[in-house]
Design a protein around this ligand. Structure first.
Ligand code: DP6
Length: 402
């Protein structure tokens, strides 16, 4: 460790959330700076259940920029990482030149060490790039003393990451400028707006790794005329309707739009040539279960949405959680006991009536779902003040031998 105290690294730790889109982003008009062909809207999930933690250190003594992800050193020359680093340094330099006293001038020429972990298993197939890039950009901004609009930089790490820069209900406005300056995320409503809303992540037991979203959407843009129609003629109206449904806390309207938009996204995947299949037989069974459940009660109580993988994300209201969770457990009997099957926010007991089980009329599918994470809408990125939580030691290197 260096003797000279001025050599001590400047260390910052932040956390950032996962988000789940209810109006999907699929397709870019600019691959380099990640500009989408349509606007999108998401709900930020609570960090008590799902989050990325990132520590960034800067020091005069560091020889090069380095990054460790989930315990393993990764290649920092990855173009998207480089975009985020370059843009944050550019912004810091600009702010300093404009006379912003908050910018840490000394550290601007220093190299950075970055260490990042997720509090959920990567193997669960939950989109981690959004939380990861949001956390990276937020932490870098903090270490260099930059504040203000950062979603345009997070967007250049991964499109959906720009929405993880805010809590609650967030829209990513596609913008129309060529330089992307107007392609930014914006909070529609804060996380406190709809406290009864609950989110269940149904982690499916996937057999194989699906096509990644970056390459999947590239092929869709090239080959799907349904995607073009969707971006031009469907999404603009849905963005307005969705914002209104959220503002009014109209669950039925919110739920129906969410399901229709997920279905249309997967239809564009099927319209892609060669076609892309993200939904498997478990996903299809969940879709049937939700529709039969809603039909049984004669009202829309539950909605599903699926991204580029087979995991279902369910939206419902607090009062319906116990019954729906137990129904999932009945129709997808797990290998594990109940305590391991239901993670996150506690779920009360519920009994299922014979009438309901028969009304649903599906054949149980054992082991289709690994576990459920019960959560709700949550806040945006945060600074972790407690220095014992840093993932880098005071010398700026990872805690464990990585
Ligand atoms: C289906 O943001 O992962 O989850 O911009 O290429 O990094 P890149 O793609 P990414 O795509 C997310 C696609 C989606 C829908 C969504 O989150 O809106």
């Amino acid at each position: 460790m260096p003797e000279d105290r001025t050599e001590q690294p400047h260390i910052v730790t932040c956390t950032a959330p996962v988000n789940i889109a209810v109006i999907k982003y699929w397709g870019k008009r600019n691959e380099d700076i990640i500009l989408p062909i349509n606007s999108s809207l998401s709900v930020t999930l609570h960090q008590d259940q799902l989050k990325t933690t990132t520590t960034v250190a800067t020091s005069r003594s560091f020889q090069e920029d380095r990054i460790w992800l989930n315990g393993k050193e990764e290649d920092i020359t990855h173009p998207r990482l480089q975009s985020c680093l370059r843009e944050i340094r550019r912004l810091a330099r600009k702010r300093r030149n404009d006379g912003d006293s908050g910018v840490d001038s000394a550290s601007l020429s220093h190299k950075v060490h970055i260490c990042s972990v997720n509090n959920f298993p990567t193997a669960a197939g939950l989109a981690s790039s959004a939380a990861g890039f949001a956390c990276l950009v937020y932490s870098l901004a903090r270490v260099f003393g930059v504040e203000g609009e950062l979603s345009g930089i997070a967007r250049q790490g991964s499109g959906s990451a720009c929405r993880s820069m805010y809590g609650g209900f967030v829209q990513w406005i596609m913008g129309n400028k060529e330089d992307g300056k107007d392609s930014l995320a914006q909070q529609v409503e804060p996380e406190t707006h709809w406290p009864e809303l609950r989110i269940l992540v149904l982690v499916a037991s996937a057999e194989r790794k699906p096509v990644g979203s970056t390459s999947g959407m590239q092929t869709s843009v090239k080959t799907s005329c349904l995607l073009k129609h969707r971006a031009e003629s469907v999404v603009p109206g849905r963005m307005v309707e969705m914002t209104e449904a959220i503002r009014k806390k109209d669950f039925a309207a919110f739920a129906e739009l969410t399901m229709k938009d997920s279905n249309q996204f997967h239809a564009t995947c099927l319209d892609t040539y060669p076609p892309i299949f993200y939904l498997n037989h478990v996903s299809q069974q969940i879709i049937s279960l939700v529709h039969r459940y809603n039909k049984h009660y004669g009202e829309t109580r539950v909605a599903y949405t699926f991204d580029a993988g087979p995991n279902a994300v369910i939206f419902t209201l607090q009062q319906h959680v116990p019954e729906f969770v137990h129904m999932v457990q009945f129709f997808f009997p797990p290998e594990t006991n109940e305590a391991d099957f239901i993670k996150g926010l506690p779920v009360n007991c519920a009994s299922l009536s014979e009438e309901l089980k028969q009304g649903i009329g599906l054949e149980p599918m054992p082991k289709g779902i690994n576990y459920i994470i019960s959560t709700k809408a949550g806040p945006g990125p945060r600074v972790v003040e407690d220095p014992t939580q840093h993932l880098l030691l005071s010398d700026g290197f990872p805690k464990k031998t990585m």
